[in-house]
Design a protein around this ligand. Structure first.
Ligand SMILES: [Mg+2]
Length: 398
Protein backbone atom coordinates (compact mmCIF):
# COMPACT_ATOMS: atom_id res chain seq x y z
CA UNK A 1 0.00 0.00 0.00
CA UNK A 2 1.24 3.44 -0.75
CA UNK A 3 -0.40 6.70 0.23
CA UNK A 4 0.13 9.76 -1.91
CA UNK A 5 -1.44 13.15 -1.47
CA UNK A 6 -3.24 14.72 -4.37
CA UNK A 7 -3.84 17.79 -2.20
CA UNK A 8 -7.41 16.75 -1.68
CA UNK A 9 -7.05 13.32 -0.17
CA UNK A 10 -4.46 10.56 0.11
CA UNK A 11 -4.39 7.97 -2.65
CA UNK A 12 -3.27 4.36 -2.33
CA UNK A 13 -0.72 2.90 -4.71
CA UNK A 14 1.88 0.16 -4.20
CA UNK A 15 3.09 -1.20 -0.90
CA UNK A 16 6.46 -0.39 0.64
CA UNK A 17 6.74 -1.91 4.10
CA UNK A 18 8.94 -0.31 6.72
CA UNK A 19 12.46 -1.60 6.39
CA UNK A 20 14.30 -3.05 9.34
CA UNK A 21 17.40 -1.18 8.19
CA UNK A 22 15.60 2.14 8.50
CA UNK A 23 15.50 1.65 12.25
CA UNK A 24 19.20 2.42 12.07
CA UNK A 25 19.61 1.24 15.62
CA UNK A 26 23.28 0.33 15.76
CA UNK A 27 24.72 2.97 13.44
CA UNK A 28 22.69 6.09 14.18
CA UNK A 29 22.29 5.94 17.90
CA UNK A 30 25.54 7.53 18.89
CA UNK A 31 25.13 10.91 20.57
CA UNK A 32 28.13 11.96 18.49
CA UNK A 33 26.55 11.01 15.20
CA UNK A 34 26.69 13.86 12.65
CA UNK A 35 23.10 12.97 11.72
CA UNK A 36 22.11 13.87 15.25
CA UNK A 37 23.43 17.42 15.09
CA UNK A 38 21.13 20.09 16.51
CA UNK A 39 22.31 22.46 13.81
CA UNK A 40 19.61 21.20 11.53
CA UNK A 41 18.92 22.83 8.21
CA UNK A 42 15.27 21.81 8.59
CA UNK A 43 14.71 24.76 10.88
CA UNK A 44 13.16 22.59 13.57
CA UNK A 45 15.96 23.38 15.94
CA UNK A 46 17.50 26.77 16.34
CA UNK A 47 21.22 27.22 16.76
CA UNK A 48 22.18 27.78 20.35
CA UNK A 49 22.76 31.48 20.91
CA UNK A 50 26.13 32.77 22.07
CA UNK A 51 26.74 35.51 24.56
CA UNK A 52 28.72 38.31 22.90
CA UNK A 53 30.14 41.06 25.13
CA UNK A 54 27.76 40.07 27.88
CA UNK A 55 24.70 40.25 25.59
CA UNK A 56 22.90 37.58 23.63
CA UNK A 57 23.03 38.14 19.91
CA UNK A 58 19.78 39.92 18.91
CA UNK A 59 19.06 38.01 15.72
CA UNK A 60 19.16 34.73 17.57
CA UNK A 61 17.06 36.07 20.42
CA UNK A 62 14.44 37.02 17.83
CA UNK A 63 14.86 33.55 16.31
CA UNK A 64 13.92 31.68 19.45
CA UNK A 65 11.28 34.19 20.50
CA UNK A 66 9.68 33.92 17.05
CA UNK A 67 9.77 30.13 17.32
CA UNK A 68 8.23 30.23 20.81
CA UNK A 69 5.42 32.48 19.58
CA UNK A 70 4.87 30.47 16.39
CA UNK A 71 4.63 27.23 18.39
CA UNK A 72 2.17 28.78 20.81
CA UNK A 73 -0.84 30.29 19.02
CA UNK A 74 -3.24 32.30 21.21
CA UNK A 75 -5.88 30.29 23.00
CA UNK A 76 -9.21 30.93 24.59
CA UNK A 77 -10.58 29.29 27.67
CA UNK A 78 -13.63 27.13 27.01
CA UNK A 79 -14.48 25.82 30.43
CA UNK A 80 -12.74 25.53 33.76
CA UNK A 81 -9.08 25.29 32.87
CA UNK A 82 -9.50 23.73 29.40
CA UNK A 83 -8.06 25.88 26.65
CA UNK A 84 -8.18 25.81 22.86
CA UNK A 85 -6.65 27.85 20.12
CA UNK A 86 -8.76 30.94 19.56
CA UNK A 87 -10.84 31.24 16.42
CA UNK A 88 -12.23 34.16 14.45
CA UNK A 89 -14.35 34.10 11.29
CA UNK A 90 -11.21 34.72 9.21
CA UNK A 91 -9.47 31.98 11.09
CA UNK A 92 -12.33 29.56 10.44
CA UNK A 93 -12.29 30.38 6.71
CA UNK A 94 -8.54 29.74 6.68
CA UNK A 95 -9.13 26.44 8.50
CA UNK A 96 -11.73 25.35 5.95
CA UNK A 97 -9.26 26.10 3.15
CA UNK A 98 -6.52 24.22 4.98
CA UNK A 99 -8.81 21.22 5.37
CA UNK A 100 -8.95 20.82 1.61
CA UNK A 101 -5.35 19.60 1.86
CA UNK A 102 -5.78 17.87 5.22
CA UNK A 103 -9.34 16.55 5.25
CA UNK A 104 -11.14 15.53 8.39
CA UNK A 105 -10.46 11.89 9.29
CA UNK A 106 -14.14 11.67 10.28
CA UNK A 107 -15.38 12.91 6.91
CA UNK A 108 -12.86 10.64 5.17
CA UNK A 109 -13.69 7.66 7.32
CA UNK A 110 -14.96 5.47 4.47
CA UNK A 111 -11.78 6.13 2.50
CA UNK A 112 -9.61 5.31 5.53
CA UNK A 113 -11.45 2.05 6.21
CA UNK A 114 -11.15 1.11 2.55
CA UNK A 115 -7.35 1.28 3.02
CA UNK A 116 -7.65 -0.66 6.28
CA UNK A 117 -9.75 -3.49 4.87
CA UNK A 118 -8.16 -6.90 5.55
CA UNK A 119 -5.21 -5.21 7.26
CA UNK A 120 -3.93 -5.03 10.81
CA UNK A 121 -4.43 -1.45 11.93
CA UNK A 122 -1.74 -0.33 14.42
CA UNK A 123 -2.67 2.73 16.45
CA UNK A 124 -0.11 5.20 17.77
CA UNK A 125 -1.55 7.93 19.95
CA UNK A 126 0.01 11.04 21.43
CA UNK A 127 -1.39 11.99 24.84
CA UNK A 128 -1.54 15.75 25.61
CA UNK A 129 -3.87 17.60 23.26
CA UNK A 130 -4.81 14.30 21.56
CA UNK A 131 -6.39 12.10 24.24
CA UNK A 132 -6.57 14.82 26.87
CA UNK A 133 -7.38 18.51 26.52
CA UNK A 134 -4.60 21.08 26.87
CA UNK A 135 -4.97 22.56 30.34
CA UNK A 136 -3.37 25.41 32.27
CA UNK A 137 -1.64 23.03 34.66
CA UNK A 138 0.14 20.12 32.88
CA UNK A 139 -0.31 17.98 36.01
CA UNK A 140 -4.08 18.19 35.47
CA UNK A 141 -4.14 16.89 31.88
CA UNK A 142 -6.55 14.08 32.69
CA UNK A 143 -8.32 12.05 30.02
CA UNK A 144 -12.06 11.60 30.37
CA UNK A 145 -13.47 8.24 31.41
CA UNK A 146 -15.29 8.11 28.05
CA UNK A 147 -11.97 8.54 26.22
CA UNK A 148 -10.34 5.90 28.45
CA UNK A 149 -13.15 3.46 27.64
CA UNK A 150 -12.82 3.96 23.88
CA UNK A 151 -9.00 3.65 23.94
CA UNK A 152 -9.30 0.49 26.04
CA UNK A 153 -11.74 -0.98 23.53
CA UNK A 154 -9.58 0.08 20.60
CA UNK A 155 -6.67 -1.86 22.15
CA UNK A 156 -8.78 -5.03 21.97
CA UNK A 157 -9.04 -4.75 18.19
CA UNK A 158 -5.81 -2.96 17.25
CA UNK A 159 -2.26 -3.04 18.64
CA UNK A 160 -2.20 0.35 20.35
CA UNK A 161 0.66 2.43 21.75
CA UNK A 162 0.83 5.78 23.49
CA UNK A 163 3.80 7.90 22.43
CA UNK A 164 4.24 10.98 24.60
CA UNK A 165 6.77 13.61 25.53
CA UNK A 166 5.95 12.93 29.17
CA UNK A 167 7.87 10.39 31.20
CA UNK A 168 6.59 6.87 30.60
CA UNK A 169 5.51 6.49 34.22
CA UNK A 170 3.59 9.76 34.17
CA UNK A 171 1.71 9.04 30.96
CA UNK A 172 0.89 5.56 32.27
CA UNK A 173 -0.51 7.16 35.45
CA UNK A 174 -2.76 9.36 33.31
CA UNK A 175 -3.94 6.63 30.93
CA UNK A 176 -4.10 3.64 33.30
CA UNK A 177 -4.76 1.01 30.63
CA UNK A 178 -2.57 -2.08 30.93
CA UNK A 179 -3.35 -3.40 27.43
CA UNK A 180 -1.37 -0.62 25.74
CA UNK A 181 2.30 -0.14 24.94
CA UNK A 182 3.88 3.03 26.27
CA UNK A 183 6.68 5.19 24.92
CA UNK A 184 7.63 8.17 27.08
CA UNK A 185 10.16 10.99 26.71
CA UNK A 186 9.39 11.37 22.97
CA UNK A 187 10.06 7.68 22.38
CA UNK A 188 13.32 7.55 24.35
CA UNK A 189 11.75 5.23 26.94
CA UNK A 190 9.77 2.42 25.37
CA UNK A 191 8.17 -0.56 27.04
CA UNK A 192 6.98 -2.92 24.34
CA UNK A 193 6.29 -6.56 23.68
CA UNK A 194 9.00 -9.18 23.44
CA UNK A 195 9.22 -10.43 19.87
CA UNK A 196 11.87 -12.21 17.92
CA UNK A 197 13.71 -9.48 16.12
CA UNK A 198 17.45 -9.46 15.44
CA UNK A 199 17.77 -5.69 15.10
CA UNK A 200 16.10 -5.14 18.47
CA UNK A 201 17.55 -7.97 20.52
CA UNK A 202 21.14 -7.09 19.73
CA UNK A 203 20.84 -3.44 20.71
CA UNK A 204 22.67 -2.76 23.97
CA UNK A 205 20.01 -0.30 25.18
CA UNK A 206 17.22 -2.87 24.81
CA UNK A 207 16.74 -5.25 27.69
CA UNK A 208 14.14 -7.83 28.64
CA UNK A 209 12.37 -7.11 31.89
CA UNK A 210 9.09 -7.77 33.71
CA UNK A 211 6.31 -5.17 33.77
CA UNK A 212 3.90 -4.40 36.64
CA UNK A 213 1.53 -7.12 35.36
CA UNK A 214 4.30 -9.74 35.53
CA UNK A 215 4.60 -9.91 31.73
CA UNK A 216 7.99 -10.17 30.04
CA UNK A 217 8.60 -6.99 28.04
CA UNK A 218 11.30 -5.16 26.13
CA UNK A 219 12.57 -1.97 27.71
CA UNK A 220 14.35 0.27 25.26
CA UNK A 221 16.09 3.41 26.53
CA UNK A 222 18.45 4.71 23.84
CA UNK A 223 19.35 7.82 25.84
CA UNK A 224 20.24 5.96 29.03
CA UNK A 225 23.68 7.49 29.30
CA UNK A 226 22.13 10.98 29.42
CA UNK A 227 20.20 10.37 32.65
CA UNK A 228 22.71 12.02 35.04
CA UNK A 229 23.05 15.01 32.69
CA UNK A 230 19.27 15.40 32.38
CA UNK A 231 18.84 15.30 36.16
CA UNK A 232 21.54 17.92 36.57
CA UNK A 233 19.96 20.18 33.95
CA UNK A 234 16.51 19.71 35.51
CA UNK A 235 17.79 20.99 38.87
CA UNK A 236 19.68 23.88 37.23
CA UNK A 237 16.62 24.91 35.18
CA UNK A 238 14.48 25.03 38.32
CA UNK A 239 17.12 27.21 39.92
CA UNK A 240 17.66 29.65 37.03
CA UNK A 241 13.93 30.12 36.37
CA UNK A 242 12.72 30.22 39.99
CA UNK A 243 11.90 33.95 39.88
CA UNK A 244 9.74 33.72 36.70
CA UNK A 245 6.12 33.66 37.77
CA UNK A 246 4.04 30.87 36.22
CA UNK A 247 6.93 28.80 34.88
CA UNK A 248 6.88 25.04 35.37
CA UNK A 249 9.89 22.81 34.87
CA UNK A 250 9.00 19.14 34.42
CA UNK A 251 11.41 16.21 34.57
CA UNK A 252 10.33 13.75 31.89
CA UNK A 253 13.19 11.35 32.60
CA UNK A 254 15.07 11.63 29.30
CA UNK A 255 14.06 15.21 28.58
CA UNK A 256 13.12 18.30 30.56
CA UNK A 257 10.09 20.40 29.66
CA UNK A 258 9.93 24.09 30.52
CA UNK A 259 6.26 25.09 30.33
CA UNK A 260 5.64 28.81 29.87
CA UNK A 261 1.90 28.73 29.15
CA UNK A 262 1.23 30.51 32.46
CA UNK A 263 4.05 33.01 32.05
CA UNK A 264 3.21 36.59 31.02
CA UNK A 265 4.15 36.83 27.34
CA UNK A 266 6.29 39.88 28.10
CA UNK A 267 8.54 37.47 29.96
CA UNK A 268 8.82 34.85 27.20
CA UNK A 269 12.11 36.28 25.94
CA UNK A 270 13.45 36.00 29.48
CA UNK A 271 12.42 32.33 29.52
CA UNK A 272 14.39 31.84 26.31
CA UNK A 273 17.42 33.71 27.69
CA UNK A 274 17.51 31.54 30.81
CA UNK A 275 16.91 28.20 29.05
CA UNK A 276 19.20 28.72 26.06
CA UNK A 277 21.78 30.44 28.29
CA UNK A 278 22.00 27.27 30.38
CA UNK A 279 21.81 24.74 27.56
CA UNK A 280 24.57 26.60 25.75
CA UNK A 281 26.95 24.89 28.17
CA UNK A 282 25.79 21.41 27.11
CA UNK A 283 26.85 20.51 23.60
CA UNK A 284 25.09 17.11 23.86
CA UNK A 285 21.69 18.64 24.60
CA UNK A 286 19.42 20.71 22.39
CA UNK A 287 16.10 22.54 22.67
CA UNK A 288 12.94 21.89 20.68
CA UNK A 289 9.65 23.81 20.64
CA UNK A 290 6.20 22.64 21.55
CA UNK A 291 2.97 24.40 22.48
CA UNK A 292 4.12 26.90 25.09
CA UNK A 293 6.87 24.56 26.10
CA UNK A 294 10.61 24.39 25.48
CA UNK A 295 11.98 20.89 25.65
CA UNK A 296 15.57 20.06 26.46
CA UNK A 297 16.53 16.78 24.84
CA UNK A 298 19.64 14.69 24.27
CA UNK A 299 21.30 15.08 20.89
CA UNK A 300 20.58 11.61 19.54
CA UNK A 301 19.00 10.49 16.33
CA UNK A 302 15.84 9.32 18.03
CA UNK A 303 12.32 10.71 18.04
CA UNK A 304 8.66 9.69 17.94
CA UNK A 305 9.06 8.51 14.34
CA UNK A 306 11.87 6.15 15.30
CA UNK A 307 9.73 4.98 18.22
CA UNK A 308 6.93 4.06 15.77
CA UNK A 309 9.38 2.05 13.68
CA UNK A 310 10.74 0.36 16.79
CA UNK A 311 7.27 -0.58 18.03
CA UNK A 312 6.19 -1.88 14.63
CA UNK A 313 9.31 -4.02 14.62
CA UNK A 314 8.65 -5.21 18.20
CA UNK A 315 5.06 -6.05 17.33
CA UNK A 316 6.17 -8.07 14.32
CA UNK A 317 4.33 -5.64 12.04
CA UNK A 318 7.19 -4.24 9.96
CA UNK A 319 8.17 -5.79 6.62
CA UNK A 320 4.50 -6.51 5.98
CA UNK A 321 2.13 -5.01 3.45
CA UNK A 322 -1.01 -6.01 5.36
CA UNK A 323 -0.43 -3.47 8.12
CA UNK A 324 -1.81 0.05 8.32
CA UNK A 325 -0.18 2.20 11.02
CA UNK A 326 -2.15 5.30 12.00
CA UNK A 327 -0.54 7.98 14.16
CA UNK A 328 -2.69 10.64 15.85
CA UNK A 329 -0.98 13.66 17.42
CA UNK A 330 -1.22 17.40 17.85
CA UNK A 331 2.30 18.61 18.36
CA UNK A 332 5.36 19.55 16.40
CA UNK A 333 7.21 16.54 17.85
CA UNK A 334 4.55 14.28 16.27
CA UNK A 335 5.70 15.45 12.85
CA UNK A 336 8.64 12.99 13.01
CA UNK A 337 6.12 10.15 13.18
CA UNK A 338 3.90 11.66 10.45
CA UNK A 339 6.98 11.99 8.25
CA UNK A 340 8.12 8.38 8.81
CA UNK A 341 4.67 7.09 7.80
CA UNK A 342 4.39 9.42 4.80
CA UNK A 343 7.88 8.54 3.53
CA UNK A 344 7.50 4.81 4.12
CA UNK A 345 4.13 4.98 2.32
CA UNK A 346 2.68 2.39 4.65
CA UNK A 347 0.36 4.44 6.84
CA UNK A 348 -0.63 7.98 7.71
CA UNK A 349 -0.71 10.65 10.34
CA UNK A 350 -3.73 12.52 11.63
CA UNK A 351 -2.98 16.00 12.95
CA UNK A 352 -5.16 17.19 15.82
CA UNK A 353 -5.60 20.91 15.40
CA UNK A 354 -8.41 23.42 15.20
CA UNK A 355 -6.11 25.91 13.52
CA UNK A 356 -4.39 25.62 10.13
CA UNK A 357 -0.75 24.56 10.44
CA UNK A 358 1.77 25.90 7.97
CA UNK A 359 3.52 22.60 7.40
CA UNK A 360 2.63 19.08 8.39
CA UNK A 361 3.37 15.61 7.07
CA UNK A 362 0.00 14.34 8.28
CA UNK A 363 -2.59 13.25 5.71
CA UNK A 364 -5.74 13.97 7.70
CA UNK A 365 -6.91 16.19 10.54
CA UNK A 366 -9.19 16.14 13.53
CA UNK A 367 -10.18 19.28 15.41
CA UNK A 368 -9.75 18.26 19.03
CA UNK A 369 -9.72 15.31 21.47
CA UNK A 370 -13.50 14.93 21.22
CA UNK A 371 -13.12 14.25 17.48
CA UNK A 372 -10.26 11.83 18.26
CA UNK A 373 -12.64 9.98 20.57
CA UNK A 374 -15.30 9.88 17.84
CA UNK A 375 -12.75 8.63 15.30
CA UNK A 376 -11.52 5.83 17.60
CA UNK A 377 -15.10 4.87 18.41
CA UNK A 378 -15.93 4.69 14.69
CA UNK A 379 -12.83 2.61 14.03
CA UNK A 380 -13.83 0.07 16.71
CA UNK A 381 -17.43 -0.02 15.38
CA UNK A 382 -16.12 -0.59 11.85
CA UNK A 383 -13.75 -3.39 12.94
CA UNK A 384 -16.52 -5.10 14.90
CA UNK A 385 -18.86 -4.95 11.92
CA UNK A 386 -16.27 -6.34 9.51
CA UNK A 387 -15.46 -9.16 11.98
CA UNK A 388 -19.18 -9.95 12.16
CA UNK A 389 -19.49 -9.97 8.36
CA UNK A 390 -16.52 -12.36 8.11
CA UNK A 391 -18.12 -14.67 10.69
CA UNK A 392 -21.44 -14.60 8.82
CA UNK A 393 -19.78 -15.40 5.51
CA UNK A 394 -17.80 -18.23 7.14
CA UNK A 395 -20.93 -19.67 8.77
CA UNK A 396 -22.66 -19.89 5.35
CA UNK A 397 -20.02 -22.44 4.29
CA UNK A 398 -20.24 -24.62 7.41
MG1 LIG B 1 0.50 16.45 22.25
Amino acid sequence: MDLKSNHSSPVLTDSAPLSKLRLGLPSNMSPYSPAASPYSSSGLYLTIPRIINGKLEDVRVNGWLDAMIASSPPRKKLSKDIIYESQTDDHDAAYQTWMISYPSALNSFHLITSYAKCKTVALFLDYDGTLSPIVENPDHAFMSSAMRAVVKEAAIYFPTAIISGRSRDKVHEFVRISELYYAGSHGMDIMGPVRVSNSIDVHPDCIKTIDSQGKEVHLFQPANEFLPMINEVYKSLIEVTSDIIGIKVENNKFCVSVHYRNVDNKMWDEVGVRVFGLINGYSRLHVTYGRKVLEVRPVIDWNKGKAVEFLLESLGLSQRDDVLPIYVGDDRTDEDAFKILRESKCGFGILVSNAPKETTSAFYSLRDPSEVQEFLKSLVRWRKSTALQTENIASEYI
